[in-house]
Design a protein around this ligand. Structure first.
Ligand SMILES: Cc1ncc(COP(=O)(O)O)c(C=O)c1O
Length: 402
């Protein structure tokens, strides 16, 4: 299926500024329809959720629609979609809730491939509960985290495995389905960080083996908030701290305070936009299946062009094996030029590809990078060939400084 990149780009007012945006893994640009949905909801007659006034019913509808949209995007149950301030906040909240069920001598597994948001909340909840943390290591030469590296740490005492669906630094995609199958055999729950995967691939939380799956709409063309998906029956077994008068229903009891209705409306608009990236038939999940496949193919083509261009430049090191399962995320350094200078040099060519460790501190250290990390270029739905060529030309110029 051909991917109409020029038509897609026309929906992004931010692109008028002229920059080539490879900074999507930090947060994508936002299409006009998402901005309009946020503004419309923010200025519409709206109240706390209820059934008596039109304003109350509007708020209620916004929430129901956003749960349905996220369920379609993730292949999840709308009754188990929880909204929160950010993925980090949701992980911290859930870590405190799950830790109430842990006993001294229990164990959890975290991985060095993960963003710190899927490490530190669990590590910090484990300590006071007397729970042992086991660390799964990826292969720094290939950038791959094997299922065995994680499941070799499972014991009868393992209560939780926290693993990423895709590394935000390397793009590597571990086999979470196999990890989850083996974790389930010892009765452990699996928390999958889907923040970096969700923008790039059709997600099916069941196929990924996730008991909990977290993502952030601002990474997939939406507003700044976080989403947690789980089976309603699993959520019903958990008792988060909550205010006494707040609803005890699932998923509402996991949502602290009043929801940001305008951001939920923007999230629904982002999912609808993704579903209609390419023409397709059927319900929204079916259209998402078609669109996300076309998007993945487009992004892989752009990533292959970028990899090929960078690989030809003397002094460029690309991290991770060529053939690994990955998102279109490219991590590189340039010999003799600091990461900060590559980042700034590219910015002079109006190419936004930041340098750093991007909160994946364990991952960067395990790769042997210092705390300046490396330069990360993420492909997005609006990336076209001229963006890629501009980035490659910028790196050619910068590498020649040396
Ligand atoms: C892989 C990954 N996990 C978690 C996070 C944290 O997400 P949030 O900003 O919603 O807390 C990020 C943000 O960059 C990320 O890339």
């Amino acid at each position: 299926m051909s991917y109409p990149v020029a038509e897609v780009r026309a929906h992004f007012p931010a692109l008028a500024e002229g920059a080539a945006h490879f900074d999507g893994p930090g947060g994508s640009q936002v299409p006009d329809v998402v901005g309009a949905a946020v503004a419309t909801t923010l200025t519409a007659a709206i109240a706390n959720r209820g059934t008596v006034t039109a304003a109350e019913r509007r708020a209620d509808r916004v929430v129901t629609d956003a749960r349905a949209a996220m369920a379609d995007l993730l292949g999840a149950d709308p009754g188990g979609i929880v909204f929160g301030r950010s993925m980090t906040a949701l992980a911290y909240d859930l870590s405190r809730t799950l830790a109430k069920t842990w006993r001294p001598g229990d164990e959890i597994i975290v991985t060095k491939l993960d963003h710190d948001a899927n490490i530190r909340p669990w590590v910090q909840a484990a300590a006071p509960a007397g729970v042992t943390v086991r660390w799964a290591e990826f292969d720094p030469a290939t950038g791959e985290l094997s299922a065995d590296a994680v499941t070799g740490l499972l014991t009868e005492r393992t209560r939780l495995v926290a693993v990423t669906a895709a590394s935000n630094l390397l793009g590597s995609r571990p086999d979470t389905a196999t990890i989850a199958e083996r974790a389930r055999a010892v009765g452990a729950l699996v928390f999958v960080d889907g923040v970096h995967l969700t923008p790039h691939s059709l997600v099916d939380v069941t196929a990924l083996g996730a008991d909990f799956y977290a993502c952030s709409p601002y990474k997939f063309l939406g507003p700044h908030l976080g989403v947690l998906a789980a089976a309603p029956a699993l959520l019903a077994t958990l008792r988060p701290d909550k205010l006494l008068p707040a609803s005890d229903a699932v998923p509402d009891r996991f949502e602290l305070g009043t929801l940001p209705y305008e951001l939920l409306a923007g999230t629904t608009a982002a999912v609808d936009f993704l579903a209609d990236l390419v023409p397709g038939d059927g319900d929204r999940r079916e259209r998402l299946t078609t669109s996300m496949k076309a998007l993945s193919e487009h992004e892989d083509r752009m990533r292959a062009r970028l990899d090929a261009g960078l690989a030809k430049i003397d002094g460029v090191t690309l991290y991770g094996a060529d053939d690994r399962r990955r998102t279109p995320t490219v991590l590189f350094t340039v010999a003799g030029v600091s990461n900060a200078d590559v980042y700034a040099g590219l910015a002079e060519s109006n190419v936004n590809a930041p340098a750093g460790t991007f909160y994946a501190a364990e991952c960067a250290a395990h790769l042997g990078l210092d705390d300046t990390g490396a330069v990360r270029a993420g492909i997005g739905p609006y990336t076209d060939e001229s963006d890629v060529d501009r980035l490659v030309a910028g790196v050619v110029r910068i590498a020649a400084y040396d």
